[in-house]
Design a protein around this ligand. Sequence first.
Ligand SMILES: [Zn+2]
Length: 50
Amino acid sequence: MLGLQFFVCDECKTVYANPPTNRCGSCERVGLREITDGLQDDSYFTAPHR
Ligand SMILES: [Zn+2]
């Protein structure tokens, strides 16, 4: 059970958790793509503590 939904901007690859809108905050592209189900691996994120 996940409490967060993750979305990625296909334009600049920024990932958002529960974005307030589906517009990218970095490049302002509209239409973030939900990737919640694809987060079995954490390759979308930088993991500084590994
Ligand atoms: Zn973007």
